[in-house]
Design a protein around this ligand. Structure first.
Ligand SMILES: Cc1cc2nc3c(=O)[nH]c(=O)nc-3n(C[C@H](O)[C@H](O)[C@H](O)COP(=O)(O)O)c2cc1C
Length: 211
């Protein structure tokens, strides 16, 4: 697959089929992940496909989501969820994952040795790009580590007081939907040159890669 196609179309896929991901594909994804920039390889990854463990994590994921938004999504987003706006789509997609977290075929949990996730996120993103090349959908999630890191680490039997931090959970599975270019504000609205407000020198009204 062309690298630009992977970069432009690796968007959050939260509607996933329950079909398992073969170990050969998992191996290619993880082996590509560890080619990423790193901090002395201070990382460890856990793949979770055990239904029992996923069913322990699913309620924590929902609670994390509810803590972040400050209430029950079905109530807080009751109106926007009905609309055809980008927000409506994102909320429906987020809620779908909340309601089906236990059925996600594979979770990739990334652990690092620094308090921030700088040493681990490049590898998780590499994994997501490699997954894209395999036709596997993924979403980077943070609710578990933001609100329930110690509970998750207990469930996964991560050694205590050994200096490990949970940094990100990537959900993976074969998508039910189609790949499309990730929607973003144009680059000239979020980038500058030489100073905060400096003229970037170019504008990009439409994505430069199209199918
Ligand atoms: C650090 C981080 C944590 C995130 N945590 C979550 C999460 O817990 N749940 C979720 O549905 N999306 C989460 N997201 C957002 C999605 O991964 C995704 O990037 C975003 O919805 C944009 O999707 P798109 O690429 O399809 O436009 C997180 C993103 C980042 C960078």
């Amino acid at each position: 697959m062309d690298i630009y196609e992977a970069l432009y179309t690796t968007r959050a896929m939260r509607r996933l089929k329950p079909d398992p991901i073969p170990y050969e594909a998992q191996a290619r994804v993880l082996d590509a992940a560890i080619r990423a920039p790193h901090i002395g390889e201070g990382w460890r990854f856990i793949l979770v496909d055990d239904p029992e463990i996923k069913s322990q994590l699913a309620p924590l994921y929902r609670q994390g989501f509810e803590r972040m938004i400050g209430g029950r999504p079905e109530e807080l987003f009751a109106e926007v969820i009905q609309t055809d706006t980008q927000m409506g789509k994102t909320v429906r997609s987020g809620l779908h994952l909340v309601n089906h977290f236990a059925e996600v075929p594979l979770l990739l949990m990334g652990f690092g040795r620094t308090r921030d996730g700088a040493g681990v996120y490049p590898a998780l993103w590499n994994a997501m790009l490699a997954a894209r090349a395999e036709g596997i959908g993924s979403t980077l999630t943070g609710f578990l580590q933001s609100y329930f890191a110690s509970e998750v680490m207990e469930i996964l039997r991560v050694p205590k007081d050994a200096g490990w931090y949970l940094h990100g959970v990537v959900v993976m599975g074969y998508p039910t939907g189609r790949w499309g270019v990730a929607a973003r504000k144009p680059v000239h609205e979020v980038a500058a040159r030489n100073s905060w407000e400096g003229d970037l020198g170019f504008t990009v009204p439409e994505p430069l890669w199209q199918k």
